[in-house]
Design a protein around this ligand. Structure first.
Ligand SMILES: C[S@@+](CC[C@H](N)C(=O)[O-])C[C@H]1O[C@@H](n2cnc3c(N)ncnc32)[C@H](O)[C@@H]1O
Ligand code: SF4
Length: 428
């Protein structure tokens, strides 16, 4: 076993994971590929805070060293994972903005994946984009490569809000991107929106944005309550009172109005913030089941992997080190009850979903029993805090879940609490 947080050599790490897993049997694997390039550094974004602007906005020459490192990491770990029985079932390219890559760069990475892993069982390949990075030519190239789900960040359709957020696109470009996705028959797509963005002139209506987006009939809509993350321009503007934050009741009210509208027009929420059209076959879409389902490998910086009961991280802040040593993870830790914080974050994400924490899946993923985690003082106090934030829990023989009618309230209240106290509740 590797001492907590100590970085093992890649070969040593894979030997430990192989030992933990035992004889190879077929195991599902989720692939995440991180592309840390964007046209702009948006004022709210907490995904790329550690990437300096010139690096984030790099052209083809600046992107090459990163793509070379990425492909090296894929070609090293891919065959080892295949030998352990891992078979990828879903793949997600996120960022940053993967569509900053030109089609030849996308093909370069995809070929490395094809040659290193068995992708014959892949049911979905999803890619994030912004409206300003999606041209008809690029979309056609992506579809030809095999991308079959696109997630487009719209955030808001209010012109003032887009300007305030430092977005690289207009309302018209956002609507044109949605039209393009529909016209080209993209099998499925998602629209990212942010509720309760801070403003300088009172609330901007999220419902107007939803009403503008809905005629484009998106199969999936994500509504993220704004997180004021340190080191972002917007959080600094809040500190200086250039902008006004919403209070918690206002955030909850805005979200509940969106809930009512989305339910009325035929969407349902399967995880906090994630809305899907009622007619979508969730079983056919790999994107609905990623909490506690199985192991995952993150390629690139700013990624999290879970393999054989171990958590492996690669920090954005270690971008330069990653270029030199893409096979080395910046943090490796076996899940342990002696360090319940990581397990608690995992549970936080699962509690946001309709299914909650499924005991068997939790044990398969972490090598530990959920009941043991519940008995740790850290977890008990975290649960008590969530309860204070409005969370109510339901337990049965199979799972531990949050009462669905209060998930959004508990999430938003807890989010506001964590933003001022520096704690984290699973994913955003
Ligand atoms: C990796 S990011 C962006 C993907 C793509 N580059 C874009 O800009 O559309 C994924 C999503 O996280 C959400 N997000 C980022 N920062 C956020 C914040 N501070 N609060 C709430 N949501 C945030 C945004 O909706 C964003 O589209
Ligand atoms: S929101 Fe998207 S485009 Fe903007 S900085 Fe974040 S990842 Fe880049």
């Amino acid at each position: 076993m590797i001492p907590s947080g100590v970085v093992a050599s890649p070969a040593e790490l894979m030997a430990i994971i192989a030992d933990e897993l035992g004889p190879p049997v077929e195991r599902p694997l989720e692939i995440y590929v991180q592309i840390p390039f964007c046209a702009t550094k948006c004022h709210f974004c907490d995904w790329v805070t550690d990437i300096p602007v010139p690096r984030l906005r790099a052209g083809a020459d600046g992107r090459r060293p990163y793509l070379t490192a990425l492909v090296d990491q894929i070609r090293y770990y891919g065959p080892l994972l295949t030998r352990l029985g891992y078979r990828p079932h879903v793949m997600y390219w996120g960022g940053g903005t993967p569509t900053r890559l030109d089609p030849a760069e996308m093909r370069f990475v995809r070929e490395a994946l094809d040659e290193s892993l068995d992708l014959s069982g892949l049911v979905q390949w999803s890619m994030e984009t912004t409206p300003n990075d999606l041209s008809p030519g690029k979309l056609d190239a992506m579809l030809e490569l095999g991308v079959d789900r696109i997630s487009v960040g719209v955030q808001s359709l209010a012109a003032s809000q887009l300007r305030r957020a430092g977005r690289g696109h207009t309302r018209e470009q956002a609507l044109a991107a949605l039209e393009l996705l529909r016209d080209r028959g993209v099998p499925t797509f998602n629209v990212d929106l942010i509720s309760s963005f801070p403003t300088d002139s009172g609330p901007v209506d999220l419902l107007d944005t939803l009403r503008g987006v809905l005629p484009h009939d998106p199969p999936h809509i994500s509504v993220y309550p704004y997180r004021a993350t340190p080191q972002t321009v917007m959080a600094m503007q809040l500190d200086r009172e250039v902008l006004r934050a919403w209070d918690v009741p206002g955030m909850i009210d805005a979200y509940e109005r969106a809930m009512a509208l989305l339910s009325d027009v035929g969407y349902h929420e399967y995880c906090h913030g994630y809305w899907v059209r009622d007619s979508v076959d969730e079983d056919a879409d790999g994107n609905y089941k990623y909490d506690l389902v199985g192991d995952k490998i993150g390629f690139g910086v700013g990624t999290e992997s879970i393999l054989g009961h171990h958590l492996l991280l690669n920090d954005n802040a270690r971008y330069v080190e990653y270029l030199r040593e893409p096979r080395a993870f910046s943090f490796v830790q076996r899940f342990s009850l002696e360090r319940p914080q990581r397990l608690t974050a995992l549970v936080g994400g699962a509690l946001m979903t309709r299914d909650g924490v499924h005991y068997e899946r939790f044990e398969r993923l972490t090598g530990l029993r959920f009941e043991q985690l519940r008995q740790t003082p850290h977890f008990a106090s975290w649960l008590a805090l969530l309860q204070e934030c409005g969370g109510r829990f339901v337990a049965d023989a199979e799972s531990f879940r949050m009462d669905r009618s209060v998930i959004h309230r508990a999430y938003i209240t807890h989010l506001a609490y964590t933003m001022t106290h520096g704690l984290a509740l699973g994913r955003g």
